[in-house]
Design a protein around this ligand. Structure first.
Ligand code: SF4
Length: 62
């Protein structure tokens, strides 16, 4: 199952992904979003978070 990955160089720290899908994303100490270790890729809200991200910086990875 593919997992989500946040490109933190592109993240503008809007926190939308964390609000939409707290099961898969969190804000780190740098104020950037990151995928949770436990994010399996199975949560439907991941795609919604990707589609909503204003920086389009969340992608699927293998
Ligand atoms: S929605 Fe995109 S820009 Fe906003 S915090 Fe998440 S990864 Fe960063």
């Amino acid at each position: 199952m593919p997992r989500p990955h946040v490109d933190q160089d592109e993240c503008i720290s809007c926190e939308s992904c964390v609000q939409i899908c707290p099961a898969a994303f969190e804000m780190n100490d740098d104020g950037k979003a990151q995928e949770l270790e436990s994010a399996t890729g199975g949560e439907e809200c991941i795609q919604e978070a990707m589609d909503t991200c204003p920086a389009e910086c969340i992608h699927w990875q293998d």
